[in-house]
Design a protein around this ligand. Structure first.
Ligand code: BGC
Length: 386
């Protein structure tokens, strides 16, 4: 195939002008499968797609969507999941590089653990697209596709405030708050760059309510390092919630809400709460628990009035952006960024394409998740995907 290399990007600018000129004459655009420079039908193009884990359904959906989008362009795809094990992921990426991939799409487990893989990719002129999670401490990350991670945290905290009745879902105070409300905080994995953004967005949103006493955190655990959850583990979250219930709430202090950054963590928290007899539903006094990813098991819990909310990140849209970016590299072009300021990976600001997210309460399941075809109503009812 026509091998795309970083060294060629300068030349590619010229050749893409040629492509444009040809397209203008022939009425055939990039990717039209016309046998021209850009539209070579993806012949012999191979893309490596490294996903962190199959234990969370969001990453399976991401992997499948990226794979099928790339295959539609005629590219060959090497899709690997690493079981949340860092050595497995580094090995998978090593073998994608030696296997001759033309572009790498990577959702990292530990964002700081891939420097030598990225050096090898750069040496082989393989563009690297960081998927959802920013790869840190390397010059050799070329592009980042993700959701607006700070906005996710803002949305999570706003959903907590709305669930408690302190604000409406837009974050406007209702004036009906009957606090103080006792809240506990959970954050994601400390080696995932996103976790800090989520927590920062959430804490900036909660801060005024903590400052004026509407919200208190009885455990006193408000620092990221105290509330982080390594590898986003559901079991670790359940254990920490159980410990908090014992240390802080066994004397009769009421718990009203829990900030949770991910649906798996939310389910661990809910199991711990129900385990001490709370709920079992919100109506029956279960604390308000937030989430993220609209995982089907949590969507069912929301429909059943158990989990309060989640944040929907449409993985189809993220996958599309990754495919568009990969195609740009294959065609010798630079992907289009819509943010060139926010994501400093410690070495450079990585040009990014950010997508928006939606908050899901029970009333939003039909319009946002079912009508858009993300899930069927049967899947929501069953709490599993087909
Ligand atoms: C993703 C979240 C996800 C979490 C756990 C983060 O990097 O952005 O959507 O909930 O990982 O898988």
């Amino acid at each position: 195939m026509r091998r795309v290399t970083k060294a060629r990007w300068g030349a590619a600018a010229t050749s893409s002008l040629l492509v444009l000129a040809l397209a203008a004459c022939g009425g055939e655009g990039a990717g039209s499968g016309d046998g021209g420079e850009a539209g070579d039908g993806g012949e012999d193009v191979k893309i490596g797609v490294a996903m962190p884990t199959e234990t969370s359904e969001r990453w399976i959906a991401d992997g499948d969507a990226v794979k099928s989008g790339l295959e539609e362009l005629g590219y060959e795809v090497d899709l690997q999941f690493a079981g949340d094990d860092i050595p497995t992921q580094t090995q998978q990426i090593d073998s994608m590089i030696t296997g001759g991939v033309d572009v790498l799409v990577i959702a990292s487990i530990d964002g700081t653990a891939l420097t030598s893989q990225l050096d090898a990719a750069a040496a082989a002129n393989i563009p690297v697209i960081s998927y959802d999670r920013l790869i840190r401490d390397s010059e050799n990350v070329d592009f980042y596709v993700t959701f607006d991670n700070y906005a996710v945290g803002v949305a999570q905290a706003t959903a907590l405030l709305a669930g408690l009745g302190i604000t409406d879902r837009e974050g406007e105070p209702t004036g009906e708050a009957a606090g103080p409300y006792n809240v506990e905080l959970f954050a994601g994995s400390p080696d995932d760059n996103n976790a800090g953004f989520f927590f920062q967005g959430a804490m900036d949103t909660l801060e005024p309510y903590i400052a004026d006493g509407t919200i208190t955190v009885p455990s006193g655990q408000t620092e990221f390092d105290q509330v982080a959850t390594l590898r986003w583990s559901q079991e670790a979250a359940q254990k920490r919630m159980e410990d908090l219930l014992t240390s802080t709430y066994s004397g009769g202090t009421e718990l009203h809400g829990v900030l949770s950054p991910f649906d798996g963590i939310s389910r661990g928290i809910i199991t711990a709460l129900q385990g001490v007899g709370m709920g079992p539903t919100l109506e029956e006094g279960l604390p308000v628990v937030t989430g993220q990813d609209a995982e089907i098991a949590s969507v069912k819990l929301i429909a059943d009035g158990v989990q309060s909310s989640t944040i929907f990140k449409d993985t189809r849209k993220l996958a599309d952006q990754a495919v568009v970016a990969a195609q740009a590299y294959v065609e010798g072009e630079e992907p289009e960024a819509n943010d060139t300021e926010t994501y400093d990976n410690g070495v450079k600001v990585v040009p990014s394409y950010l997508l928006e997210v939606d908050t899901v309460f029970a009333e939003d399941i039909a319009p946002l998740l079912v009508e858009s075809g993300y899930y069927t109503q049967d899947e929501v009812d069953a709490g599993v995907t087909d």
